[in-house]
Design a protein around this ligand. Sequence first.
Ligand SMILES: O=P(O)(O)OC[C@H]1O[C@H](O)[C@H](O)[C@@H](O)[C@@H]1O
Length: 448
Amino acid sequence: MAHITFDSSKLQKFVHDNELGEMQAMVTAADSELRNGTGAGADYRDWLNWPNDYDKEEFDRIKKAAQKIQSDSQVFVVIGIGGSYLGAKMAVDFLNDTFYNYLPDSERKTPQVFFAGNSLSSSYVYDLIHLIGDRDFSVNIISKSGTTTEPSIAFRIFKDKLVEKYGEAEAKKRIYATTDANSGALHDEAKAEGYESFVVPDGIGGRYSVLSAVGLLPIAVSGASIDDLMQGAADAEAEYVSPDLTKNEAYQYAAYRNILYRKGYTTELLENYEPNMMMFSEWWKQLAGESEGKDQKGIYPSSANFTTDLHSLGQYIQEGLRNLMETVVKVDKPNHDVEVPKEPQDLDGLGYLEGKTMDYANTKAFEGVTLAHIDGGVPNMSVHIPDQTAYTLGYLIYFFEIGIAISGYLNGINPFNQPGVEAYKTNMFALLGKPGYEELGQKLNDRL
Ligand SMILES: O=P(O)(O)OC[C@H]1O[C@H](O)[C@H](O)[C@@H](O)[C@@H]1O
């Protein structure tokens, strides 16, 4: 039995009983494209067997590097963007104390983990440098291409700070580079400077890379178990192996969201009821958005954080344009539960909840919201996860990775490229005056 469960039972109003079965032939074809490499983007499928086939020697090196960083750094700065940021950030948030970075060092015992290079905000970088102050820190620069502008700029700045604080030689020992095994500016620099390096595997695109060194080093530095994470993913790999829709819940998810998409439900909201899962949705948004949004089609991936957003987006979800579907990732047992205390007088009218727990209220909110949204015309699916352990996260990551890949093939696109991302980059290079872009720069400046 699967460790996590996909619940489609609330879709009856929106999907007829026959429809899932009628998707089987297409799902079987999509499964074959994915597993036999006959589909578009076949060079980027190494994540499929990665939970078993990963580089064990590198895995041990990641653990050792994490131990060194834990022993010599109070702050760990992780520099990257997109797939070189979101997976690590969502996992560090998901697996640790909600206020991990705010805990006193004596209690946390592992370095604070901050992320940079995920925007071009100068204030953000300035404030982070200010926050680090004169404390010991190390840097993990992550970039598969090794040439992405945002992390490249941030890396220069933090490298400069390391050299200023520690001198050239020691600075090099505090830089960890995660990049392509053979090429790219970062690869070349890491080799020339002797940084300890880890690999973003060739056959794994950025948004599928969280279980490689990209995610593993920051996660290990935070003290979470990367062994459990990989084990969860490996068990999910075994679980979601059948093309048979009655047996494979990740494929059911892919099929249902495509059935709904074709009925006009063109936006999917990924929802949670735990604030430390907000970044999980951001990770999923890149996974789904870059994989599926192309050729002028694709489900638009959005998200909402409940119950918080019920008090802002809730009105729209209930009664706005009816193009929304929702997938809730619900934690069945929170890390900690808290009881509603008793009061001698019931001035706030909460007496009926005395002795009940907050998670009881959270779960009733989830149930009530689900039914209200269905009544309002929003198809609702949910993925129940038993807890927020590393094992469960590994499992969940694999569920969505394979679900989205199959979903992309069902929609007739290449789920593993992202050609559209280049358009803004080209314009930005031209406007910044990067050599080779002079002519375009002139044309764009005329338009501004
Ligand atoms: O890891 P990098 O090469 O720096 O790429 C970081 C990100 O860059 C672009 O935005 C791509 O579209 C993303 O898929 C990628 O994750």
